[in-house]
Design a protein around this ligand. Structure first.
Ligand code: BEZ
Length: 391
């Protein structure tokens, strides 16, 4: 081999080494899967979660743990039957590093079966299904939103303190509605309340007239409901149109009015709900977040957006600790477990079952706004029944 050829080969080897060094200095993008509804009755919820996640990522310069974020979104249509295919598309097809979502508890239940097998780091950004941080809990699954119990159990006491001892329950008949009612009944029975009737409506039906006539004839002291998104907007208006607003007090978990207050207008006035967030919460993190979300989207933030925002902020903290190495599984899980953030909802930390420990507020619609009347339950921690972490 001539010297010049050897020199040429040497130079080529040097430049490919240099290229490899340069390449490895730019870490692979962090692929975050979004399994969320972008159509149907929960579409607005999915969009608010997504936009708030993107807002939080942009506040971190578009990078988490030094890796540029790449979003991969799938419309889950709030359809549990389509969930296995949609989850597989994100995990096996798109090879996401982290899976987030969904909104619908039935979709979450189907998703859990797969993520437990695949061992993919998962952050649930809304669905309150008890099993996520209960019987199906897993070390690599976290939830940044709430459990059904957290948002409904405290409302029983609120209603009893208001002197309403005879209630009708009305809800969308799937896991969230059923578990929400079970939690409410647990608290209501303890305080001496009686359930007069339970009205289960198929999801996502919004034909409420016949049920509202029945409520009028039953004459309870109050009605406790679960509806959310576009269905909640219609329910509250129908309730007022049926002449019930001033005759039978309406209560619910905060999803009844969250994100749909403007659409409900005067029909929502006076409704009391319990939730771990209220737009009027007076803390610096909430003021900053609401202003930034409005600027970015031209929409008002709500509890769904808060969960999306917090998801990225806890991930940012944990990924920083492991320098973006999503393969450092147990270190990443430990970093998430010890994450603490000043959320727009107040202080935030995970329980042993990976559900947020958070205050649940009593809110009342006053003058078209959600006023914070008090704290219905301080540091509410889901019981996490049946969770055997690591089993
Ligand atoms: C759920 O299915 O878990 C859910 C959906 C909408 C709002 C709140 C909870």
């Amino acid at each position: 081999m001539t010297l010049s050829r050897r020199a040429l080969l040497g130079a080529a080897a040097c430049s490919s080494l240099l290229a490899r060094r340069l390449f490895s200095a730019t870490p692979a993008k962090l692929r975050i899967g979004l399994l969320l509804p972008y159509s149907g009755t929960y579409a607005a919820l999915g969009h608010n979660i997504t936009d708030a996640m993107k807002l939080a990522a942009s506040e971190h310069g578009g990078k988490l743990g030094g890796r540029e974020v790449e979003w991969v979104a799938v419309d889950d249509e709030s359809d549990p039957a389509k969930a296995p295919a949609n989850v597989n598309k994100l995990i096996a097809g798109e090879k996401v590093d982290i899976l987030t979502g969904p909104v619908h508890s039935g979709v979450a239940m189907a998703m859990m079966q797969i993520v437990r097998q695949e061992n993919v780091l998962t952050v649930v950004t809304n669905a309150g299904a008890q099993a996520v941080t209960g019987t199906l809990c897993a070390p690599h699954v976290f939830r940044t939103s709430f459990s059904n119990w957290q948002t409904s159990y405290p409302c029983a006491d609120v209603m009893l303190k208001d002197g309403r001892k005879k209630a009708v329950l009305m809800f969308w008949n799937y896991s969230f509605g059923q578990e929400s009612m079970a939690a409410f009944k647990e608290g209501y029975a303890k305080g001496g309340g009686t359930i007069v009737k339970e009205i289960a409506v198929p999801f996502p039906t919004t034909e409420f007239q016949a049920n509202l006539s029945e409520i009028a004839s039953l004459k309870p002291d109050a009605v406790f409901v679960f509806f959310a998104g576009a269905g909640a907007a219609k329910f509250v208006k129908d309730y007022a149109d049926a002449g019930l607003r001033d005759r039978v007090a309406l209560y619910g978990s905060g999803f009844l009015t969250e994100g749909v207050l403007a659409a409900q207008g005067a029909a929502a006035e006076g409704i009391k709900t319990t939730l771990h967030y209220a737009d009027a919460l007076d803390n610096p993190a909430n003021r900053k977040f609401r202003e930034a979300f409005k600027k970015a989207t031209n929409r008002e933030a709500d509890v769904y957006a808060v969960a999306g925002y917090d998801t990225v902020n806890v991930l940012a903290q944990a990924l920083e600790k492991v320098k973006g190495d999503t393969g450092a599984h147990s270190e990443l899980i430990a970093a998430l477990e010890s994450a603490r953030i000043d959320s727009p909802r107040g202080r935030f930390r995970f329980s042993k079952t990976h559900n947020p420990i958070q205050d649940v507020y009593l809110r009342q619609v006053r003058g078209g706004r959600e006023a914070v009347v008090g704290v219905a339950m301080k540091d509410a921690e889901d019981p996490g029944a049946g969770c055997k972490m690591g089993k």
